[in-house]
Write a protein that binds this ligand. Structure first.
Ligand SMILES: Cc1cc2nc3c(=O)[nH]c(=O)nc-3n(C[C@H](O)[C@H](O)[C@H](O)COP(=O)(O)OP(=O)(O)OC[C@H]3O[C@@H](n4cnc5c(N)ncnc54)[C@H](O)[C@@H]3O)c2cc1C
Length: 544
């Protein structure tokens, strides 16, 4: 095997790099460690967050480079490298247009989806920066259809994000006839649509995508990366790359040792594909790459559902919109609320890392989501339809005291907290943690009350009461080899390692500790994938 450009990993970052490299004249080979294609990207919501994209312009929504950079700077806390922020903001719209003109990847607005910190300078409370792909028919993948990995949170959802509870004030009811039409053509939305389209682009261009190939080592020639070695289905392999190697191997969230070494606080429950074990990080460290943003992840509270999801691991449910719904709060062992429960999932991670200095312990781990019977009746709960009884793994008791005793929560604390919360719900204001004051909170809450404080504020007054433990999880880590604005990996002396690129969760993220809005992780992955593929293709052309 030999190619101009070798791409490692088949998530959105990797396949975007492959398409961009091929589209700019390179001969490309993609290697994937898993026996499936698509990575966590295929399990995702498939949204991308691109400031100043042409869809928002065409819808009459305003945005500018200055607003986007101001927003990122306001959220940086000195962790965002301005060079990367500018590369992201400047190249995002170009990447979208290039994909739409040269590949089956098409985008549309997820209308009105607010940024995740919409009230910060440059934020967009009315949305516009979040895009998603239209549904995609898996029939068109023919024999390759089964190769795309399917996640256990969204499955093969035959709806777009816009049609979901999340994307609308009142969810769109897809008529039976239309559902049947979609089923007939195996049309899929969300991350399945994005990855189906990216993969179809590779198939159309005859880009070989080899599964079961785990890269483990970068091959050097005169200090430049000139290929990779690893383990394939038939044993060890080596491949030469004339233009470069793109690391797009995802994060290190499934490698306990790397997690312990680098992350800033506990993270026990990753929700990504388990092949993301930090291989790209290790390969780049071995040849002297500079590392950045190592403490950070795309944090995500998770609820563990007992049992086996099919690979010997329990199902980790992304715990996002549930936290924002009325008639629910979260408490720690003291029975105290500790933050705005409706806050965006990435920012929420910090609550799990807070330490109680006096007790020398984590202040909010363990913690629980507590809700009442009316919450269950109205919204259902993880796999339980509204009106149905709660699943047997959800703790319940007739009174708050009894629930607290069952779980080891301070009963007086819990009773006091709920009484205070109920008075806040009655007053329509949460003076402790400001839940319901951001456009973000009222978007994620009750879809029928979208945009009003009632979307997230409501009393817990009707027993029985229910509780589940909430864990510190992550969609993926976001630290790794540092790159420049062209996705070229830098060494510890600040020089470019010729021939080595990084994109997606493997790289030191352009986003620091921030999650800008819905699509905030896939977007930088695709933008830096695009930059990497294009530059590696140019490098290959120059070497001919
Ligand atoms: C349920 C869910 C919903 C989400 N929704 C969104 C959303 O709507 N928008 C958004 O922006 N983000 C979302 N995310 C997060 C997003 O999916 C990830 O951050 C993103 O997919 C990471 O992309 P990536 O290309 O870097 O890595 P991945 O997509 O994880 O791909 C990495 C690939 O590299 C392969 N690999 C690893 N090691 C090697 C090796 N040594 N050799 C070869 N291959 C290797 C892996 O097997 C994997 O296939 C969501 C995540 C989940 C779980």
């Amino acid at each position: 095997m030999e190619a101009d450009v070798i791409v490692l990993g088949t998530g959105a970052a990797g396949l975007t790099a492959a398409l961009a490299a091929h589209g700019h004249g390179a001969d490309v080979l993609v290697l994937e460690k898993s026996d499936k294609v698509g990575g966590t990207s295929a399990w995702s919501g498939g949204m991308i967050w691109i400031p100043c994209n042409h869809h928002m312009r065409e819808a009459g929504l305003e945005d500018s480079r200055e607003e986007a950079l101001t927003y990122l700077e306001a959220l940086s806390h000195d962790l965002i490298d301005p060079v990367l922020a500018e590369a992201f903001v400047d190249t995002g719209p170009e990447m979208v247009e290039w994909m739409e003109s040269n590949t089956p990847v098409q985008f549309q607005l997820v209308p009105n989806f607010p940024d995740y910190h919409p009230e910060h300078p440059g934020g967009k409370p009315g949305g516009g920066r979040s895009l998603e792909c239209p549904l995609f028919s898996y029939d068109t993948l023919e024999a390759h259809r089964e190769l795309v990995t399917v996640g256990y949170n969204y499955g093969t959802a035959p709806i777009t994000m816009e049609e979901s509870n999340l994307g609308r004030a009142v969810p769109i009811e897809v008529p039976e006839e239309e559902r049947a039409r979609r089923a007939e053509r195996d049309e899929r939305g969300c991350g399945q649509a994005l990855m189906g389209r990216l993969f179809k682009g590779c198939i159309d261009r005859n880009i070989p995508v080899r599964t079961g190939y785990r890269a483990t080592r970068l091959l050097l020639e005169d200090g430049a990366v000139a290929g990779v070695a690893g383990e394939g289905p038939d044993g060890p392999f080596e491949v030469d790359a004339r233009g470069g190697v793109v690391l797009a191997t995802g994060g290190f969230e499934w490698n306990r040792e790397l997690v312990r070494t680098f992350l800033r606080g506990p993270m026990t429950s990753p929700v990504s594909v388990p092949t993301n074990e930090g291989d790209g990080l290790t390969m780049s460290m071995r040849i002297g790459a500079a590392l950045g943003n190592m403490r950070e992840a795309w944090w995500m509270p998770a609820v563990e559902i007992p049992g086996d999801r099919g690979d010997g691991r329990p199902h980790q449910h992304l715990f996002a919109s549930e936290r924002a719904r009325p008639r629910s709060i979260m408490v720690n062992r003291a029975g105290r609320r500790f933050t705005n429960e409706a806050a965006n999932y990435n920012a929420f991670g910090a609550a799990f890392h807070e330490q109680d200095v006096a007790r020398f312990d984590y202040a909010n781990l363990p913690c629980w989501f507590i809700f009442d019977q009316k919450h269950l009746d109205t919204y259902g709960f993880i796999g339980t339809e509204p009106g149905a009884p709660a699943a047997n793994w959800v703790a319940n008791a007739p009174t708050l005291r009894a629930l607290a005793a069952q779980l080891g929560i301070d009963p007086d604390g819990l009773e006091e907290t709920v009484a205070t919360w109920n008075s806040y719900a009655e007053a329509g204001r949460d003076p402790d943690f400001h839940r319901g004051e951001s456009a973000h909170d009222t978007w994620w809450g009750d879809p029928w009350e979208k945009g009003t404080p009632g979307a997230t504020l409501g009393p817990l007054d009707t027993g029985p009461f229910y509780a589940v433990a909430v864990r510190s999880g992550a969609l993926g880590t976001k630290g790794g080899p540092k790159t420049d604005g062209l996705a070229r990996v830098q060494n510890v002396d600040g020089e470019t390692i010729a021939g080595l690129y990084a994109a997606g969760n493997v790289m030191a993220s352009a986003m620091g500790m921030t999650y800008g809005g819905a699509g905030g992780t896939l977007a930088p992955g695709m933008v830096f994938g695009f930059l990497a593929g294009r530059d590696a293709a140019a490098r290959a052309a120059a070497s001919r």
